[in-house]
Structures are given as C-alpha cells and as structure tokens.
Design a protein around this ligand. Structure first.
Ligand SMILES: Cc1cc2nc3c(=O)[nH]c(=O)nc-3n(C[C@H](O)[C@H](O)[C@H](O)COP(=O)(O)O)c2cc1C
Length: 199
C-alpha cells in the first residue's frame, strides 16, 4: 500500500494478528536462516515498510545496502585474515557463518546529519528503529530475521569492505530468511520492575 503526500491515512484498528506477532516476536539465529528469502519485489516492500520509521526532522538519516549471498561470501573471505587481529580470533572467524548463511541481508547504516539541530543521538535512534521495522516488515511476509552487528561492524578495515563511508555507523545487518524449526521463548524482562507509573 502506498499513499500520496497529505493523503488521509487509516487510523489504528485493533488487530489480533499484529498483537500475536508482537507478543511472540523472536529472532532467529542467523546461521539457521535458509532459503527462501524474499523475492526482489517483496524485498522492495520490506525496505519501504522499514523506512516508514519515526525520524525527527524528516532527515532520513540512514541508508541500506542490500546484500545477496555472493557479495557476503566474498567479503567474508576478505574478513578472515582480519579476524586474526580480534581478541578471540577463533570466535571472530566462526561468527562469519552468520554473515554468509542467510539468503538475503540488509545492512542498515546510520548516516547522521552533523551540525543539525536534531541531535545525532536522535538520528542514530531512528536508524535502530528502522532495523526493528525491517524485522516486523519481513515477518509480515512470513520471514524470520536476525539483527546482528558482530566485530566487523566496528573494525575500520572491515567496514570499508562493506562500503561504509566516513561518518557512517553500522546500525545492524538484518538477515532475512526461513527457519526449519520454531524458535523457543527466551528470558524476558520484568517489565513492572523497569516501569515507573506517574499519575
Ligand atoms: C544493535 C543490536 C546488535 C546486535 N548484535 C548482535 C550480534 O552481533 N550477535 C548476536 O548474537 N546478537 C546480536 N543482537 C541480538 C539479537 O538480534 C537478538 O535480539 C537476541 O539474540 C535476542 O533475541 P530476541 O530478539 O528473540 O529477543 C543484536 C541486537 C541489537 C539490537
């Protein structure tokens, strides 16, 4: 569904499907994401839904790099020697499996506008919100997802391999695919202990 600028949008309606999705949301382990992934037209829809994210100042301070398996395999090969410089080289090499297994990956980059009255922090939060929205959007088409950063999101040489530019930060790799087995519930926070109610 697309809307034109200024067009009246539907107001929220109670939705058991949305409630069920939110109350059972669970990430997949990236290594378990298999084909099928989203077809190109579905991927376009997922990106469009992901970009429908709160963003102070309408700056759109993020961008996407859509990565098929070939580019990720090539980059993972180039990352292998860089893994040796990590504090735990064996683990750093092992986690590259998360990068190569999924059929489709979206690298979300935070691209804050420096010197703008909207603080960079808020612009970075918007990039995080895009990641979450992409995960929900992928779920709307029946796909599972994994939001990963790992060491190569923070290593300067590694980031260059993904085409990360000066001033950009990795908000996450949103890996998308299909899982063979249902996820299991994990520990959840005591929401009441984290919440203050004011009159
Ligand atoms: C910004 C960000 C980066 C993350 N990076 C990693 C990562 O590098 N490796 C990892 O195992 N999980 C990472 N996670 C956590 C997973 O995406 C996932 O949320 C976590 O495994 C908990 O599962 P759940 O989403 O089903 O609650 C990251 C989450 C966020 C928000």
């Amino acid at each position: 569904m697309t809307y034109s600028l200024g067009e009246e949008l539907p107001r929220p309606v109670a939705s058991t499907e949305l409630f069920d999705r939110l109350s059972s949301r669970r990430s997949a382990s990236a290594q378990t994401l298999q084909s099928p992934g989203p077809a190109p037209a579905v991927l376009d829809s997922i990106l469009a839904l992901g970009a429908r994210t709160p963003d102070h100042g309408k700056l759109f301070p993020w961008r996407f790099v859509v990565m098929g398996p070939e580019s990720r395999h090539q980059i993972a090969k180039a990352l292998r020697p860089l893994a040796d410089r990590q504090p735990d080289p064996k683990k750093a090499a092992a986690v590259l499996g998360k990068l190569t297994a999924p059929p489709v990956s979206i690298l979300v980059l935070s691209v804050p506008v420096a010197g703008h009255p909207v603080p960079v922090w808020e612009q970075e939060l918007s990039a995080g919100a895009v990641c979450m929205n992409l995960e929900h959007a992928a779920a709307a088409f029946g796909f599972s997802t994994s939001w990963i950063t790992d060491w190569y999101s923070y290593d300067t040489e590694a980031k260059a391999l993904f085409g990360v530019r000066e001033g950009e930060r990795v908000a996450g790799f949103i890996h998308i695919g299909t899982v063979a087995e249902a996820p299991l519930e994990r520990v959840r926070p005591d929401v009441a202990a984290l919440t203050t109610h004011l009159p």
